[in-house]
Design a protein around this ligand. Structure first.
Ligand code: SAM
Length: 342
């Protein structure tokens, strides 16, 4: 089977699969309104398994399960086991299939060991504040922090090391915790990845009076984060890995843990992007900021994989060269992150 390449010569090897649009958190930077959990019609497991098989044959070697909140979907452990069955003899260490999960961690503690046993080999937990108050303000859920911390511990105990923590930084909301997160990385041997806030909030059609939160002033740029941490804990840059989105640093004093910074706004990495995304409702997106989606459902209705391979190949070929955040005329996608799959 042909490998997937776009018209700019980029090889596509990384697929993010959103398992559900539902989420048990309502992070202020991601969703407005309380009622975004409404109806959804996610792809059924047999369709997801078929797609995984086809994408794997097309050279996708990293699958990341996301959402919404992927742990809200029953059957995820079996799906991880199915992905692991596509791995073949070579594990991820030998360049084989990499199976990752991004979760808010709320439901992780009781599932971490089963996910690991099924074949999950990496986990990223989103956590934007280490303080109860800040956590509740950002997620709009009270009492969640202890669940997430327990989830992180359970993931580490299950051997999903190093656990990665995603922190979306927003000036005035949680940027005062940058140093506390760096200390947390050192204490628990975690990889903390600070992510620049992107204009991807879900609009609330019913409550049109809500403005949008995103503005460039809320983005805490890459260099500021590095300088702030280095003022407390000197950092040493780590070499860039191919198609790595994060600039990585270790602590110069040899403490455990790692700092990563993902800066899609202040220093985009589109030229090395190897990703595509599958939404829960079966749309293929070739960029987070795509204004066009490719509906895979008609091809899924055809038992011959050729139709699927054709539409996937055409979509990938037309992958956008780059995003246009901050440029005049930038148009935000109609779906917010919760419905795209982060
Ligand atoms: N519910 C899961 C979670 O919380 O990790 C998976 C889905 S969530 C949409 C995936 C990631 O996207 C999270 O780390 C979240 O913080 C990040 N995210 C959501 N909206 C964002 C935005 N506007 N800018 C940057 N990151 C964002």
């Amino acid at each position: 089977m042909p490998e997937l390449r776009d018209s700019f010569g980029r090889r596509i090897a990384d697929l993010r699969i959103s398992l559900t649009e539902r989420c048990n958190y309502r992070c202020v930077y991601c969703r407005y309104g309380a009622d975004a959990d409404g109806t959804e019609d996610p792809l059924a497991w047999p369709d997801l398994r078929r797609l995984a098989r086809v994408f794997s044959a097309l050279g996708i070697h990293k699958f990341r399960l996301t959402g919404g909140e992927p742990l809200l979907r029953d059957g995820i452990v079996d799906f991880v086991a199915y992905l692991a069955s596509l791995r073949g003899p070579g594990g991820p260490e030998e360049g084989g299939l990499d199976i990752a999960l991004t979760t808010n961690g709320h439901l992780l503690a009781p599932r971490a060991a089963a996910l690991r046993a099924a074949g999950l080999n990496r986990i990223t937990v989103s956590l934007d504040s280490l303080r109860e108050e800040g956590f509740a303000r950002i997620t709009r859920v009270r009492g969640g922090l202890q669940h997430v911390l327990a989830g992180i511990e359970a993931a580490a105990a299950a051997g999903l090391n190093p656990v990665k923590i995603n922190v979306v930084l927003m000036r005035g909301h949680n940027d005062h915790e940058i140093e506390a997160f760096a200390a947390f990385a050192r204490e628990r041997a975690l990889t903390i990845r600070f992510i620049e806030f992107m204009p991807l909030e879900q609009a609330d059609a019913q409550k049109g009076e809500h403005g949008e939160l995103w503005s460039r002033d809320l983005v805490v740029p890459y260099q500021e984060v590095v300088d702030r941490i280095a003022g407390f804990y000197p950092l040493e840059p780590l070499p860039l890995r191919p198609s790595e989105t994060a600039r990585r640093f270790r602590f110069a004093d040899g403490a455990p843990g790692e700092i990563g910074i993902i800066a899609p706004v202040s220093s985009p990495f589109c030229n090395q992007c190897s990703r595509i995304r599958l939404t829960a409702d079966g749309q293929l997106r070739t960029c987070l900021f795509s204004l066009r989606e490719w509906d895979l459902k008609p091809a899924l209705a055809n038992p011959d994989d050729a139709a699927l391979i054709d539409v996937i190949g055409r979509a990938v070929w037309l992958k956008e060269e780059r995003h246009h955040i901050g440029e005049p005329g930038f148009v935000k996608p109609a779906r917010g992150m919760v419905r795209i799959g982060g």
